[in-house]
Design a protein around this ligand. Structure first.
Ligand SMILES: [Fe+2]
Ligand SMILES: [Fe+2]
Length: 178
């Protein structure tokens, strides 16, 4: 039974030549590309909204002399920016176009942009947004399954970071209340 799941060694290079303009997307790509691109663009919008929200919170927290919390907000903003870049790069690898349009950004995003009046509000809103991202990324990962393992691995890596963010925020909230 060895090799039963492998494509014929002859047909692989032949198929690779046939669709050369499709770059990384080979005939062996079994995911529904349009759906994957839509999901990745929603994740991109989510990350951009998170960058904007964390930046707002960073500058506002500085104004109320909460330097420790502000530093945490800035660190998260930087992470979310990196996630946005990684997702955008994957979208172009799949032959799609990353959607950076401000128009409809909040509709495409899963997480919300909430400013928050107090430091506690800001942390709470960030925690809510992280938890939304965690749930939606988990769903995207389940959808991708074995059909697009590169996108799945990327989203798993990002998910792990969002879980760290949520944990950081839960700790900040606890410190604030003691
Ligand atoms: Fe992120
Ligand atoms: Fe995050």
């Amino acid at each position: 039974m060895a090799g039963v799941f492998l494509s014929d060694i002859q047909t692989l290079p032949k198929r690779a030549r046939e669709h050369i303009a499709q770059g990384a997307v080979t005939p062996g790509y079994h995911a529904d590309r349009d759906v994957v691109l839509r999901l990745l663009n929603e994740a991109l919008a989510t990350e951009i909204i998170c960058v904007l929200r964390y930046k707002r919170h960073y500058f506002m927290a500085q104004g109320i002399h909460a330097e420790g919390v502000a530093a945490e907000f800035l660190e998260h903003a930087t992470d979310e920016q990196q996630h946005a870049d990684q997702i955008a790069a994957r979208i172009t690898q799949l032959g799609g176009e990353p959607d950076f349009s401000p128009e409809g950004l909040t509709t495409r995003s899963h997480a919300e942009y909430v400013e928050g009046d107090t430091l506690e509000d800001m942390i709470k809103e960030d925690l809510v947004a992280e938890r939304i991202a965690i749930d939606s990324y988990r769903e995207i990962i389940a959808y991708l399954g074995d059909n697009d393992s590169t996108s799945r691995r990327l989203m798993e890596e990002i998910l792990a970071k969002e879980e760290e963010h949520a944990d950081d925020l839960a700790n900040l909230l606890q410190d604030l209340n003691h």
